[in-house]
Design a protein around this ligand. Structure first.
Ligand code: NDP
Ligand code: 8X3
Length: 252
């Protein structure tokens, strides 16, 4: 049987990169995307060692022209995307609403909501044409609940949660599965990005307890993607043992 194909947004780091590894180990051909070209090329070289085909597409999900141009450049079997992981996303800043930086807000809204929509709008017709597919949206525990100073990030992830539920209805007649994944604290480059490169502040987020790893989330994504055709995992909430909800963490 021919290999299946997956497209992962934000594969240059963290959860997206870990997902690329697990899907390549399971013989999926991969379209890996992100803005950092060098990282994409290095990852493509590593993944190819699994004897799978890898295509790199370097684009910013916030730019719909770039999204459309890159997705419409897919030729032949590359158009047969079985799984799309809408993973590219970020938090930018952490502070009270009254002090919000507009630039941070726009980055989060444009990436986490509009970027996910642009990619879905470009890829879902390819799935509809084949009457099959699986879209896996990486939302967050911050899309289930809110926490102090999380305001706009939490709002964007609530939007992803709502979009997962809406997409599942719209795409149901076309045989397309939609899975929402809602992780709590996962140690990746997420907090370094949130704190604009302040590594010490980022490291502090994960001190005093054992956070989840990107590989833990990739494992859950693989579980959802590898169920039989009749079985759709709708939603998964994943936290470290030390985390009870979006704002209660048992730190030692
Ligand atoms: P990382 O910062 O490690 O990875 C983020 C990825 O998103 C990178 O590959 C980055 O690639 C990509 N990305 C960001 N902005 C854009 C853009 N404009 N265009 C294209 N790609 C972009 O963080 P995580 O792996 O933790 O984050 C992945 C997802 O998981 C995000 O949606 C995040 O909100 C979510 N999440 C993370 C949690 C955590 O605690 N870490 C918990 C819950 C959810 P590049 O910079 O090369 O473009
Ligand atoms: C990322 C996890 O708790 O920092 O979505 O919002 S959290």
């Amino acid at each position: 049987m021919a290999n299946k194909t997956i497209l992962i947004t934000g594969a240059t780091s963290g959860i997206g990169e870990a997902a690329a590894h697990i899907f390549s180990a399971n013989k999926y051909n991969l379209v890996i995307t992100g803005r950092r070209k060098e990282r994409l090329e290095k990852l493509a070289e590593e993944l190819s060692k699994q004897n799978v085909e890898v295509l790199t597409l370097c684009f910013d999900v916030r730019n719909n022209d770039e999204v459309e141009r890159n997705i419409s450049s897919l030729q032949g079997n590359w158009k047969n995307i079985d799984v799309l992981i809408n993973n590219a996303g970020l938090a930018s800043g952490l502070g009270p609403i009254q002090n919000g930086e507009l630039d941070d807000w726009e980055k989060m809204i444009d990436t986490n909501i509009k970027g996910l929509l642009y990619v879905t709008r470009a890829v879902s017709p390819l799935m509809i044409a084949r009457n099959s597919g699986h879209i896996i949206n990486i939302a967050s525990l911050a899309g289930k609940d809110v926490y102090p100073n999380g305001n706009v990030y939490c709002a964007t992830k609530h939007a992803v949660d709502a979009l997962s539920r809406s997409m599942r209805i719209d795409l149901l007649p076309h045989g397309i599965k939609v899975t929402n994944i809602a992780p709590g604290l996962v140690e990746t480059e997420f907090s370094i990005v949130r704190f604009h490169g302040d590594k010490e502040r980022a490291d502090n987020v994960y001190k005093g307890f054992q956070p989840l790893t990107a590989a833990d989330i990739a494992d859950a994504i693989w579980y959802a993607a590898s169920r039989p055709a009749h079985f759709c995992v709708n939603d998964m909430v994943l936290t470290p043992l030390a985390q009870a909800n979006a704002y209660v963490v048992n730190k030692k």
